[in-house]
Ligand binder design. Structure first.
Ligand code: ATP
Ligand code: MG
Length: 476
């Protein structure tokens, strides 16, 4: 007996689709993510996939006609699909199809097929579940590959022989790892082995799609699941070789450094409860990439990674460029986080002075809280005493940041006396003295010699000008 899950189809839109399909005399089913997530009791979906045994485009048009506001239908003729936006959800329509693939493309040759043909071309058994929208068996579950059991046993496997599924469309390798991460599922052994066997096929996948999957992995609760699977299957070497280069512990003269790859994954997991900003999570992922190229052993001081933050920030640019990620303020943000990632710990190792905190706030600007969040996540020591000490130090730094902020307003620092005013005061043409005076004012504020306010800065400017041999012409 087929199981029935009418309760999944409470949304009136399913009745509308059902009626439209009946009128066109085509069978149709809701399939894929929506059905999977219903069984997993996951959040309301952003998209719902409908497969019609017939024309998906015609069905979409018929559905749109029956919807209250007659929404627009976006037709993708080349793909034989159509989309309607309805109450914030994307309804995707496709005709059931049979696919065959060529070696050098992930775009298949397509012909019309049955529901089961269509289920076979799906990536995983848990994504091939379908619920009938047809009057005769409305709500019936169609599950030819026993995806239900895989859902129960938290397992990802392909409906067909995994080697075929993955080499046909290598994006599925990343999707497998991404779903394993999002759902905290295991990838079944033969599927996992097939990923390793076909890893090279990842080369035909566009950078944009790869990054899309990386974003989804990074946005999960425990991204390390995904990155360790990427590493285990060797896909990471094709995607982010900079991270692979961090793996391993070297020992010279009894001195060892930590394994910066596994450390990095811990940092990424640590930061996720504290930020949903995917770019800050990227920063956590990349914060140590400069350590591989800068690693040296020095007989006196042991292992060093001199200027790794600087090198790492430069690598961020190259990496973003290679992966066709945006080279905009997001990239600059990640660079800044990487570049400054050792600052708070260096600061907290000494007595935490106000001026050091002021400099930190000045340099990090509006991102100082993000930087602290990153640095707190960076504490992965297994020594409970050290762990406690670092955490307390950072608490102190955070506290000082608040105090200094209240007093000095260093974040988004604007010089209290402008260049124009300096020129006016000493009757100067644009010249290097103006820069010198401005810099001196900024330094005096950061050092706490003067307050961050107009009068104090103006008086300081007059004195500084005097020191430089300038004459005051007129007080404004
Ligand atoms: P989510 O939307 O939560 O990421 P989803 O399973 O809905 O998950 P989509 O990318 O929206 O994923 O795809 C919808 C459905 O289309 C999937 O459930 C799967 O059945 C099928 N699908 C998507 N991409 C592929 C692919 N590369 N190979 C085979 N089937 C795919
Ligand atoms: Mg979806």
């Amino acid at each position: 007996m087929q199981q029935n899950y009418k309760e999944a189809l409470k949304d009136p839109v399913f009745n509308i689709i059902s009626d439209a399909a009946a009128e066109l005399s085509v069978d149709c089913y809701v399939i894929g993510g929506f059905v999977r997530d219903f069984f997993l009791k996951r959040n309301t979906p952003k998209d719902i996939d409908i497969v019609a045994v017939g024309s998906g485009i015609e069905l979409a048009k018929a559905v749109a006609n029956r919807l209250p506001k007659k929404p627009q239908v976006s037709v993708f003729k080349n793909f034989g699909t159509a989309m309607i936006k309805h109450q914030g959800v994307e309804l995707e329509f496709v005709g059931a199809r049979k696919e065959s693939y060529h070696k050098d493309s992930r775009n298949p040759v397509v012909e019309n097929g049955s529901l089961e043909d269509d289920q076979k071309r799906r990536d995983f058994t848990i994504n091939a579940l379908a619920l009938s929208l047809n009057e005769k068996d409305y709500g019936a579950l169609l599950d030819p590959f026993d995806g239900i059991t895989d859902l129960k046993e938290k397992r990802i496997q392909t409906p067909l022989e995994p080697g075929i599924t993955f080499s046909d469309d290598p994006l599925r390798m990343l999707r497998a790892i991404r779903f394993a991460t999002q759902l905290n599922f295991e990838i079944q052994l033969s599927s996992l082995q097939a990923i390793t066997a076909h890893k090279e096929r990842i080369k035909i996948i566009s950078k944009e799609r790869i990054v899309d999957e990386l974003h989804k992995i990074l946005s999960s609760i425990k991204p390390s699941i995904g990155f360790s699977l990427l590493h285990q299957t060797d896909l990471l070497a094709y995607i982010l070789p900079e991270l692979v280069a961090l793996e391993g512990i070297e020992e010279i003269e009894g001195q060892r450094h930590k394994d910066n790859f596994w450390h990095t994954l811990e940092v990424v997991d640590n930061i996720t409860p504290h930020t949903d900003n995917v770019w800050l999570r990227w920063a956590a992922l990349l914060h140590d990439i400069g350590k591989a190229p800068t690693k040296r052993f020095d007989k006196k001081i042991g292992w060093t990674f001199h200027a790794h933050e600087f090198v790492g920030a430069k690598m961020v640019y190259k990496l973003f460029k290679r992966l066709r990620m945006p080279l905009n303020d997001k990239m600059k943000f990640v660079q800044k986080m990487v570049f400054m990632s050792s600052r708070p710990i260096a600061l907290s190792q000494d007595h935490v002075t106000d001026s050091a905190v002021r400099r930190l706030v000045f340099d990090a600007g509006e991102y100082v809280d993000d930087l602290m969040t990153l640095c707190e996540a960076d504490i992965t020591t297994k020594n409970p005493n050290k762990q406690k000490k670092y955490k307390n130090n950072f608490k102190l730094v955070r506290q000082k940041i608040i105090e200094v902020e209240e007093r000095d307003h260093i974040r988004n620092f604007q010089p209290p006396v402008s260049g124009a005013e300096i020129m006016k005061a000493f009757n100067l043409e644009p010249s290097k003295e103006i820069g010198i005076i401005k810099e001196a004012i900024k330094e005096a504020i950061l050092e706490g010699e003067i307050a961050n306010e107009y009068d104090a800065a103006y008086t300081f400017m007059l004195k500084k000008g005097n020191d430089l041999g300038l004459k005051v012409v007129k007080k404004t």
